[in-house]
Design a protein around this ligand. Structure first.
Ligand code: 13P
Ligand code: SF4
Length: 302
């Protein structure tokens, strides 16, 4: 493994390629990345870093978002089969039907979606900025796709708007069960429960804090508490433990594991640095429309 890591370091420098990785990737990937973050931070970073080539260690929609926001850059992905199922859980015909039915509607698309779905939406959001962006929209009706749990959570905080929710979900977050959290809480009564808004409503109701992956990391760092029950994908434990050696973090089950993110291996990273042949490519017209929705998010989330 040491030889592979050395070769990765060498190729990164030689070819001036930046490696970005999401918190849910394997800890070995996070260690070798130049930048680790949540989906919002990573797509912003992709536009800001000087490197013209980015190796994006994340699922397809993340690489696509980087390409949409930085069309002039080359975006490489270690494994093109690492795809998020939720990204496909919205339907273009359904979007058209909602637009027909409601006059004053904004189609708000969670960034966990294909570029094609983004191209048919008015604005994108991530879990880190959804509340801020949707609050600023002038429209009375909000069609929130694909994630029903994030949509319901945001809807609860903006009662003045009328939400129509999609029916998408994340199988990793919906596998986190309230009963298991309660059992963990019996074992560690002093623990705070930190949850990602993709969790189901009953889980969110018992959480002490709800936020994106970076929100959870910030909260745990600032909190005076010493023990936490983490309700999101367990890859985040790498950063939480590295930043807080004096604190303890528990997950609540062996299924808090995103098999799509975990497909990405160190060997694939090396392979892409050597061959640079797994490029994110998108249809020109679709790119223009999808970029508008993402750019709008970037402006509205400031
Ligand atoms: P974040 O936007 O919090 O990084 O989450 C992305 C994701 O895929 C959650 O399942
Ligand atoms: Fe998709 Fe869920 Fe994996 Fe996030 S954790 S990438 S939403 S399957």
């Amino acid at each position: 493994m040491d030889t592979i890591i050395k070769r990765i370091e060498q190729l990164k420098k030689e070819k001036d390629i930046a490696i970005l990785a999401h918190y849910y990737t394997d800890s070995r990937i996070q260690i070798l990345a130049d930048c680790v973050g949540d989906s919002y931070f990573l797509s912003k970073t992709a536009t800001e870093i000087p490197q013209k080539t980015i190796l994006f260690c994340g699922v397809t929609f993340m690489g696509e978002s980087a390409k949409l926001l930085s069309p002039e850059k080359t975006i490489l992905m270690p494994d093109s089969t690492a795809d998020c199922p939720m990204a496909h859980m919205a339907d273009i015909d359904e979007i058209r039907a909602v637009r027909e039915k409601y006059e004053d509607v904004a189609v708000v698309c969670y960034v966990n979606s294909t570029a094609e779905i983004k191209a048919h939406s008015d604005v994108c959001v991530t879990s880190a900025n959804a509340l801020k962006v949707v609050k600023k929209l002038p429209n009375k009706n909000i069609y929130f796709i694909p994630d029903a749990n994030l949509g319901r959570y945001i809807a609860g905080m903006i009662p003045e708007k009328c939400f129509i929710l999609g029916d998408g979900f994340c199988h990793v977050h919906t596998s986190i069960k309230k009963e298991n959290i309660q059992k963990a809480k019996e074992l560690y009564p002093e623990a705070l429960i930190l949850a990602h808004p993709e969790c189901t409503q009953d889980v969110l109701e018992i959480a002490d804090y709800i936020g994106s992956t970076s929100g959870i990391i910030d909260y745990a760092g600032k909190s005076n508490a010493k023990v936490f029950i983490i309700c999101t994908e367990m890859g985040i434990l790498h950063e939480l433990e590295a930043k807080n050696p004096d604190k303890t973090f528990y997950s609540v089950g062996h299924r808090q594991f995103c098999p799509h993110m975990k497909r990405i291996t160190v060997e694939q990273v090396l392979e892409q640095l050597e061959n640079a042949d797994n490029l994110v490519t998108l249809d020109e017209e679709m790119m223009g429309n999808a970029n508008k929705a993402l750019e709008k998010m970037m402006v509205m989330s400031k």
